[in-house]
Design a protein around this ligand. Structure first.
Ligand code: 5GP
Length: 183
């Protein structure tokens, strides 16, 4: 496998994180980029594993010094991809996966036109809303913002190279596996 940038996007609550965790368990050779964010850690999230948790000041400094390959504001918080690990992996001929929202995916497409961009879809919006609510980690306002953003993201699904519907988890995982490993 030659080094390629893989971008995984899809609305909040669609199950991108769970799919990726399962994919990485199958393929330990794959590398997942760890993003920086200003949102508070959810229970069980570990600094440097799930995210780098930054203050707004620190994040704005990272933007100013060009330390992020892309960044976006999502549901009231900043999220961004540190540049150095991405460059390092690609320079070593290794693939790297970014799990990012739409605005970031669009920025990456400009910088890396050869990136493989995959969009994960929910079976329908009602299922998505139930998944976000059941997670129980977001305030009513955050849920509203995430659902609003979900509609915007789903409308952009055709900008992506491939789309996968996460209805049956194992089927979606197999599809993702085939796509990522076939490149
Ligand atoms: P969550 O708060 O649920 O972990 O993430 C919210 C959204 O931010 C998700 O759609 C996730 O894909 C996106 N996201 C996570 N990291 C990054 C990043 O580094 N850049 C961008 N643009 N989006 C990110």
């Amino acid at each position: 496998m030659t080094g390629r940038l893989i971008v995984l996007t899809g609305p909040s609550g669609v199950g991108k994180g769970t799919l990726l965790a399962a994919l990485l368990a199958r393929h330990p050779e794959l590398y997942l980029s760890v993003s920086a964010t200003t949102r508070y850690p959810r229970e069980g999230e570990v600094e440097g594993v799930h995210y780098y948790f930054y203050t707004r000041d620190r994040f704005e400094q990272a933007i100013a010094t060009g330390a992020l390959i892309e960044w976006a504001e999502f549901a009231g918080n900043y999220y961004g991809t540190p540049t150095a690990p991405v460059r390092e992996q690609l320079d070593r001929g290794k693939s790297i996966i970014l799990e990012i929202e739409l605005a970031g995916a669009r920025q990456v497409a400009k910088i890396f036109p050869d990136a493989l961009r995959i969009f994960i879809l929910p079976p329908d919006l009602t299922t998505l809303e139930a998944r976000i609510r059941d997670r129980g980690t977001d305030s009513a306002e955050a849920i509203f913002r995430r659902l609003e953003q979900a509609t915007v993201e789903i409308a952009a699904q055709h900008e992506f190279d491939r789309r996968i519907v996460n209805d049956d988890f194992e089927t979606a995982l197999d599809e993702l596996d085939r796509l990522v490993i076939s490149i």
